[in-house]
Design a binder for this molecule. Sequence first.
Ligand SMILES: Cc1cc2nc3c(=O)[nH]c(=O)nc-3n(C[C@H](O)[C@H](O)[C@H](O)COP(=O)(O)O)c2cc1C
Length: 155
Amino acid sequence: MAKSYSDEEQSIIDSNKAGLIEADGFIVISPEWNGMVPSVLKNLFLLYSTDVFAHKPGLIASISAGVGGSYPITELRTSSYKNSRICYLPEHLIFRHVTSIFNDSDDYPDDNDESTQSYMSERTDYCLDLLLSYSAALKTVRADVLQNPKFGNGM
Ligand SMILES: Cc1cc2nc3c(=O)[nH]c(=O)nc-3n(C[C@H](O)[C@H](O)[C@H](O)COP(=O)(O)O)c2cc1C
């Protein structure tokens, strides 16, 4: 069903779209809220779809105040790609105990130490390098793939 937005909303939607279309890849960062992705992030995939995301790589990074963080990964991998055709990398990042890691709080002193932080820094750099490689590689795919209007939505 067609949705209608106010003029102001439509102009914000359109102006953000231009920047998203230019992107060759995305870092999708999500907190875990009651084991879910916040609806505002899911809404992004309703507002923008194939023309913005198709055949572009996405690196998921989830954030948890506790030891969670895996549910947003599963949810995004399960339900945000079908019509958008975003290609999530097989690697992802989970930042647990986020008040301590890379922060001063001693809520979780074990995560505030140098070895945990350097492990996560190294892993983050590795994922960012992967994202850059996929971004370069998938440009070739996008140049080859013709969007078939018969298959406007994923199956
Ligand atoms: C409404 C709400 C629900 C949350 N539910 C969870 C949860 O189920 N599991 C978890 O690990 N953290 C949970 N958290 C903690 C968030 O993951 C953490 O606060 C967030 O990643 C940090 O980002 P923020 O600065 O936007 O809060 C929740 C936080 C909020 C506000």
